[in-house]
Design a protein around this ligand. Sequence first.
Ligand code: PHE
Length: 365
Amino acid sequence: MSGPNDPAEVAAPELLDAAGREAEKAFAEAADLAELAAVRAAHLGDRSPVLLARRAIGGLPAEVRSAAGRRVNEALATIQAWYEARHAELTRLRDSVALRAEAVDVTLPWDRRPVGARHPLTTVMERMTDVFVAMGYDVAEGPEVETEWHNFDALNFKRDHPARSMMDTFFLEPESAGLVLRTHTSPVQVRAMLERGAPPIYVVCPGKVFRTDELDATHTPVFHQIEGLVVDEGITMAHLKGTLDHLAEVMFGAGLRARWRPSYFPFTEPSAEFDVECFACRGGSVGNPDRPCRTCRSEGWIEWGGCGMVNPRVLTACGIDAERYSGFAFGMGVERAVQFRHGVDDMRDLVEGDVRFTLPFGSEV
Ligand code: PHE
């Protein structure tokens, strides 16, 4: 009779095969990693049949020792490989069960209110206003439904001035009431001068204005302006220039140049329109087809607003001594500032009120 303790039989192929089959079966039946760990010792531990066989090999006769050693090592490697394969399989199983159990259903309705965001028009308008408040200006506001007198007459618009025509202005019914939706923030200048009376007057007037434009990528019938007015003794155009340069630097970056072009407004004399150097290309795109600039359309400058020295007729209409005092005024579009400051190409994005547009600006303070 031969048996496992018989030195001649310790590495018999049938015994190793049987040990292998049992190990494979035990590993396969282990339902999870804990069960696998529990059966490991019986098949790969020091007292498992294959390791006992390996220990006994030294006592075998020399002529069968090396063949027996090879068989034992092969059997051991096979059992080891089964063990590792089952271990990997059970690990994957455990992970997938965990992933499923811990999954969050992102489609479930939630009960928190979605947050809104301040509109960039509001934040940019406040930022511009703050620049003037820091220089000692007061903030002045006026009505959006304005009298023709404040909107036009007091500002030296003649009766036949084209801006009065139905093309630009929303008139309120009945026309005889002489009421319009203000076409600019300049009537607030008039009100500020009438209310305050004696200079010095330093006011900034942010607000909504209306013109009969169709809404498209570059126009909107309702938009925003910021107007500034200074009336004091000895005010010159140099003060105006320094003020606008300072605003451009704060809004668009240090060292940005401003450019003035001669223009005409009935309420300022002389008058100019002012452009700011394109903050995106700083003029680098001009005459340089390899580096086109979307922000300024490769012109190097961006039109921003109008300005000038207050026409003495306006001062007189508002009861201010035009011999003693002089002043400057300027006004610019807030939409334009938002558009080029934040690269908003389409005006409609600013007016549609979609919170997905406003949210990315929400952190601006
Ligand atoms: N009110 C002018 C406009 O709407 C801008 C402006 C304001 C120009 C003040 C000069 C001085 O176009």
